[in-house]
Design a binder for this molecule. Structure first.
Ligand SMILES: CC(=O)SCCNC(=O)CCNC(=O)[C@H](O)C(C)(C)COP(=O)(O)OP(=O)(O)OC[C@H]1O[C@@H](n2cnc3c(N)ncnc32)[C@H](O)[C@@H]1OP(=O)(O)O
Length: 416
């Protein structure tokens, strides 16, 4: 096969977009306007394609992303998306070639990690990725939740909920998100384009028409906005003329538990709404336990979400803070030769030093397992039980859990 992996040029771009659509089973041809819009937003140097007999048969995109790690600092990630290989060219190693090229370039740039949202679980482990955040979605039966139906939608602690328009969201959303990013591990960059796309101010292709949602903000007792809820509602009525409408959360970010509680209680108090779909939350989200009867919240999704791949172990591990002060020697195995080695981690609650060492290892683990531990979501003892990490010094797995794990689970609110 003559197909070669190469960087995409402006003249390849329309065919590249068409290939992405095909790969994601969208049976539409992108319009000129759609192609021009995407071209204006994407960095060609970070797009790869495979061209066979003049047609694009495989696509791959990466871009710079900031990822919040425990402690609130951010590392630069090589975010990967638009990965497709045409059905006629699958299982010939095209993804493997594009991935190898992209990860090598990211390593050379000095990115600490690579990140992606996996379409299917089995695809990316072989490239050294591991699931670093999980997600959960709930459907709440409002009549069963035990909330007082006579309550107004307003909190009783001095805060207040206000309905706002998209202009207000574009104005206040980025700062609110920046404050969330400074405290929530797993949060990734939302640029100006993100806010435009999610408030109806950006171009949308005809097959993905915009529908206007409702926007509500929470103000604390001092009047400062500390929460934002974006939701839509359907229009469903029973035969006996009872409302049976579902509200679906598109986005809910809250800086305080009070704001979070107020926004969920607000949504469950909207007349005609009998069910609330939560959208993708952290698996330990407060939602179910904020309801007098948590069984009213049925978990409908529980799955891996953002996957990470370590590219520079010392840089990544030095960026975060840890649960306790301890020293660990980690022997990190990486078949691709990008990030493996034996590292001494001197961890503490305020940061860490991490450097290559010749000391004997306390734990041996794959680079994908380290990615799974990185944001605090996984237990080393669980990985040992699964045979995916090995404890060479008795008690090292327990120490590593005390070091790596976080009290709350990481959460990536976005798809990219
Ligand atoms: C970040 C994102 O964009 S996620 C979106 C991923 N894209 C999709 O899901 C769209 C539909 N799927 C596809 O386009 C393709 O099947 C891809 C991109 C997932 C895989 O592309 P391919 O070129 O076929 O992968 P490649 O040939 O390099 O596969 C390498 C190995 O991964 C395995 N593999 C690839 N895809 C899958 C899969 N979906 N499930 C299980 N194993 C897989 C292959 O069997 C192969 O294994 P082997 O080395 O043991 O033989």
């Amino acid at each position: 096969m003559s197909s070669e992996v190469r960087t995409v040029t402006a003249s390849d771009f329309p065919d590249w977009v068409k290939a992405v659509y095909r790969g994601f089973l969208m049976a539409v041809t992108p319009t000129d306007e759609d192609v021009a819009d995407r071209l204006s937003r994407m960095e060609l140097a970070r797009l790869q394609g495979v061209f066979d007999a003049g047609r694009c048969v495989a696509t791959f995109r990466s871009f710079d992303q900031e990822l919040t790690v425990p402690g609130g600092a951010a590392v630069r990630a090589d975010a990967i998306s638009a990965v497709t290989v045409a059905p006629t060219h699958r299982r010939r190693g095209l993804l493997s070639r594009m991935m190898a090229g992209d990860l090598a370039a990211a390593k050379e740039r000095g990115d600490a990690v690579a990140s992606l949202i996996a379409a299917e679980y089995p695809i990316y482990g072989r490239y050294g990725f591991g699931p670093a955040t999980w997600t959960a979605e709930w459907e709440v039966s409002v009549p069963r939740a035990g909330l007082d139906p006579r309550r107004s939608g307003q909190p009783e602690d001095g805060g207040r909920i206000e309905l706002v328009g998209p202009d207000e969201v574009r104005k206040t959303g980025p700062e609110l998100h920046a404050r969330l990013a400074a405290r929530q591990p797993g949060v990734v960059t939302r640029d100006e384009q993100w806010w435009k796309m999610h408030t109806g101010a950006a171009f949308r292709p005809a097959h993905e028409p915009w529908t206007e949602p409702f926007y509500a903000v929470h103000r604390d007792a001092d009047g400062e906005i500390d929460g934002l809820l974006t939701y839509s509602a359907d229009d469903k009525w029973g035969d006996a003329k009872q409302p049976q409408n579902t509200a679906t959360v598109r986005d809910l970010i809250a800086l305080t538990p009070a704001a979070e509680r107020a926004l969920w209680h607000y949504l469950a108090s909207v007349d005609w709404i009998t069910a609330v779909r939560s959208g993708y939350r952290a698996p330990d989200d407060l939602l179910p336990l904020l309801l007098p009867d948590p069984r009213a919240a049925r978990m409908i999704t529980n799955a891996d979400w953002m996957w990470l791949r370590m590219l520079d172990v010392p840089r990544a591990l030095e960026a975060r803070t840890y649960g306790t002060e301890a020293s660990l020697v980690l022997d990190v195995r990486d078949d691709a030769g990008l990030a493996g080695g034996r590292f001494l981690l001197d961890a503490s609650a305020s940061g860490a030093r991490c450097a290559p060492t010749t000391r004997s290892a306390d734990l041996v683990l794959g680079v994908g397992e380290l990615a799974t531990l990185y944001l605090g979501d996984e237990s080393v003892r669980r990985l040992v039980a699964l045979g995916r990490a090995e404890e060479l010094r008795a008690g090292a797995a327990g120490t590593a859990d005390a070091v790596f794990r976080t009290g709350r689970r990481p959460w990536c609110p976005d798809v990219f």
